[in-house]
Design a protein around this ligand. Sequence first.
Ligand code: UD1
Length: 368
Amino acid sequence: MLKILNIVGARPNFMKVAPIYAEMKRRSADFEPLIVHTGQHYDAAMSDTFFTDLGLPKPDVYLGVGSASHAVQTAKIMLEFEPVVLREKPDWVLVVGDVNSTIACSLVCAKLGIKVAHVEAGLRSRDRTMPEEINRILTDSISDLLLTTSQDADENLKQEGIPVEKIRFVGNVMIDSLLRNLKIAESSTVREELDLTGKDYAVLTLHRPSNVDEKEVFTGLLGALLSISERLPIVFPAHPRTLARIEEFGLAERVASSNIKLVEPLGYLDFMRLYSGAKLVLTDSGGLQEETTALGIPCLTLRENTERPITIEMGTNVLVGTDPERISKTAFDILNDTEFGRNAKIPPLWDGKAAERICDVLLAQART
Ligand code: UD1
C-alpha cells in the first residue's frame, strides 16, 4: 500500500490532481491517497468551486498560506508542510505543474529524503523571468520521478542531465479531466446567462504579471482586444490580480463601454462550457493552450514564448506575443481562414488515460 500526499495549491493544480486522486481511490488496495491544499489560492471562485466541480473531497490537510510575496509565500508553505510530512510519513509526495506550491513542497521533501513525483515535468519556456520557469527547473532537478506530458519535455530533461530512469512519458492529466467533464459541462447554463447562445464569441484570459502589471503593456494589449471585440464579442473571466490592475490603471470604463464582457473568474465546468463553444480563445495561460489544442479551437497565446511547443507544432495554438498590431492581424487572419486548424492533431497520450499510467508507474517503482 502506497501512501501518497497529493499537493494542490493554485487553480491550475486542481484539474490535474483530480483524475490522479480518483484513480488512486479506485485502486484502494494499492494506494492510500491524501490531499494537501496549501491555500495559495483561497477565494471561493479560485478554489472551492473547483473541488465541487471536479468531485474532489475536502482536503485532508489545509495549510492556509494565502497570498504574499514569492519568498514569503514559498517559505510559509515550506514551514507549514514540513510537520505534515513528518507526521504522515508518505511513500511519495506528488506535485503538479509549476506554481509556488509545487517547488515549496518538493524542496521540503528533498531535504527530508521523501520521494517526490512531479507531474507535468520537463516543460521549458526558456524564459527565466517567469516565476513558473524557475519553479519548473528547480522542481525537476530535485524530483525522483519526472512524469511528462509530451516527448519534447523528455528531451529537455535529458539535456539537463536528468537520468533517463527517472523520466516517464505518461501523457496529459489535464486532458483526462477535460475528457471526463466535457459532457457534464453541457449542463452549465453559462452561455445562456451571458446571452451567447447561437452567437459567435471569443474568450479571453489574462493574468501573467508580465502582461497585466505594467500599465503600458496592459493598455497595448487592451487596444488589440478592443479592435477584435468590434468583430466578435469577447468574454473575459478575469483573475483577481487582473481585476485589481484594471481598477488601478483606470481602465474600467474603457472596458465597460466596449464589447469586452468582463466577468468574475468562472468555475471549471462553466469555463469549459464557455471556451468549448468559442470561435477563438486569447490567453496567456498554460493550460488553456492545451485544452484548446485537445478540442481543436483556435488559440492565440499572448506571450513571447511557450513551455508547451507541442500545442503549436501539432495543435491549434499560435504564439503572437504582445505587439497589439500583430495580435489583431493574426486574430482577423484566423477568423477569415475557414481552413485554420484543419491539419491539427491531438498530441500522443492526450487520451484520458494519463492518471492510470501515473498510478502504474508509481506501483512499478515500488516493486523495483
Ligand atoms: C499563480 C501561479 C501561476 C498560475 C496562476 C493561476 C505561481 C508562481 N503562479 O499565479 O502560475 O497560472 O496561479 O491562477 O505560483 N488572489 C486572490 N485570491 C486568490 C488567489 C490570489 O485575490 O484566491 C490575488 C492576490 O491578490 C494575490 C494575487 O492574486 O496576491 C496573485 O496570487 P498568487 O497565488 O501569488 O499568484 P497568481 O498570479 O494567482
